[in-house]
Design a protein around this ligand. Structure first.
Ligand SMILES: C[S@@+](CC[C@H](N)C(=O)[O-])C[C@H]1O[C@@H](n2cnc3c(N)ncnc32)[C@H](O)[C@@H]1O
Length: 293
C-alpha cells in the first residue's frame, strides 16, 4: 500500500507529493524564479497537439477526469486547506484561515509583479483562476480585477470557496467537470493556474491549456505552472491519502515543454516567458509559463 509523503516546497508552498521509493537528491539546481527562455519557441508546426503521454515517464494511466474529481471531492470535504497546501503539520484542519489566505495574497503580488517586469499589461477587467480550490489565490486577484471567476472540479472545494469569500462582491466560483471551460471565447484578461495541471495526464492538461488560450481576450495573458520532467527513473505512483472511510489518489504528471509550446501556438497563443517554478516537489522539475494572445 502506498504511503503519502508531503514536503514543503520553496515559497512555503507544499503539495501532495507522489510516492517514490528512494528519491535521489533534487538535481535541478533551480533558483526558484529563474528565467528559461523568452520569445516565440522554435517549433512551428501545423500538427495537432500531441498527447505526449508516451514521453512522460510519470504517467500512470488510470488518471481520468472522473477519478480526479472523485479524489478531489473527498479531499475537499475532509481537509480542503491541507489538500491544497499539504504541510504535514497542518493535516486535519491545522491551517489557520488567515495564514492560508495570506499565501494566496503573497502569490498574487508576485504574479502582478511578474507581469509588470515583463512589460505585460493586460487589462484589469476579468481574471480566471483555473483549479481554484477554496479560492486561496482567487480572492486575492479580486483586488486587481473588476471581476474574478474561479473554476474547480470539486463541488466541495467550490462550496468552501463560496463560504469563505461570500463578502467579496466581484468573485464568482463555478463547479465544472468538463474539459471545456464554461466561458465563451475571449472572456478574460488574465488566466491563472498553479498546482493544478500537475495532477492530470498530459492529454488532459493540454486540452485545458488550449482552453486557456481560447478564453483569453486579444492582449490577454495566461500564467500557469506545470511540471516539465520527472527527475527519477522509477514509476511514480499516485499518493494514496487515507480519509474517513475512503481513500483519495492524487497523481503527479510531467508535461514536456515542447508539447505545451506547440499547443499554445496551435491555439493562437505565444509563449512570452518560461521560468522555473519549483513547487512540484523534489521529484519533478516544474516551470511557470507566461502566454500572451
Ligand atoms: C492543489 S489544489 C490547488 C488549488 C489552487 N490552485 C491553489 O493554488 O490554491 C488543486 C485543485 O485543482 C482542482 N482540479 C483538479 N483537476 C481539475 C480540473 N480538471 N478542473 C478543474 N479543477 C481541477 C482540484 O479540485 C483542487 O481544488
Amino acid at each position: 500500500m502506498a504511503q503519502m509523503s508531503t514536503m514543503l516546497a520553496k515559497e512555503t508552498l507544499a503539495i501532495i507529493c507522489p510516492v517514490i521509493n528512494d528519491i535521489p537528491p533534487n538535481g535541478n539546481g533551480s533558483s526558484g524564479d529563474e528565467h528559461r527562455s523568452s520569445g516565440r519557441p522554435g517549433n512551428p508546426t501545423n500538427d495537432p497537439p500531441a498527447a505526449a503521454d508516451s514521453a512522460d515517464p510519470s504517467v500512470d494511466v488510470k488518471n481520468t477526469l472522473d477519478e480526479l474529481g472523485r479524489s478531489w471531492e473527498l479531499l475537499g470535504k475532509e481537509d480542503p486547506l491541507w489538500a491544497i497546501l499539504s504541510d504535514p503539520a497542518k493535516r486535519g484542519g491545522g491551517w489557520e484561515i488567515e495564514e492560508f489566505l495570506a499565501t494566496g495574497q503573497q502569490e498574487t503580488v508576485k504574479v502582478i509583479a511578474h507581469l509588470e517586469e515583463r512589460s505585460l499589461n493586460p487589462q484589469r477587467h476579468r481574471s480566471l483562476d483555473f483549479g481554484c480550490g477554496v479560492g486561496r489565490v482567487t480572492h486575492a486577484l479580486a483586488r486587481y480585477f473588476d471581476r474574478v471567476d474561479g473554476v474547480d472540479l470539486s463541488q466541495a472545494m467550490i462550496e468552501k470557496a463560496n463560504t469563505l469569500h461570500s463578502h467579496i462582491r466581484n468573485l464568482f466560483f463555478h463547479h465544472s467537470t468538463s474539459r471545456v471551460l464554461p466561458f465563451v471565447d475571449e472572456t478574460f484578461d488574465l488566466v491563472y493556474s498553479r498546482l493544478v495541471l500537475q495532477h492530470m495526464a498530459t492529454d488532459i492538461a493540454l486540452s485545458y491549456i488550449g482552453e486557456f488560450v481560447r478564453v483569453l481576450r486579444p492582449g490577454g495573458v495566461a500564467v500557469f505552472q506545470a511540471p516539465s520532467r520527472c527527475l527519477v527513473d522509477q514509476e511514480v505512483k499516485p499518493s494514496e491519502i487515507h480519509l474517513s472511510g475512503d481513500s483519495a489518489f492524487i497523481e503527479m504528471h510531467a508535461h514536456p515543454p515542447e508539447v505545451i509550446e506547440r499547443t499554445v501556438e496551435d491555439c493562437g497563443g505565444r509563449i512570452a516567458d518560461v521560468r522555473d517554478d519549483p513547487c512540484a516537489g523534489e521529484a519533478f522539475e516544474s516551470l511557470k509559463y507566461t502566454v500572451v494572445r
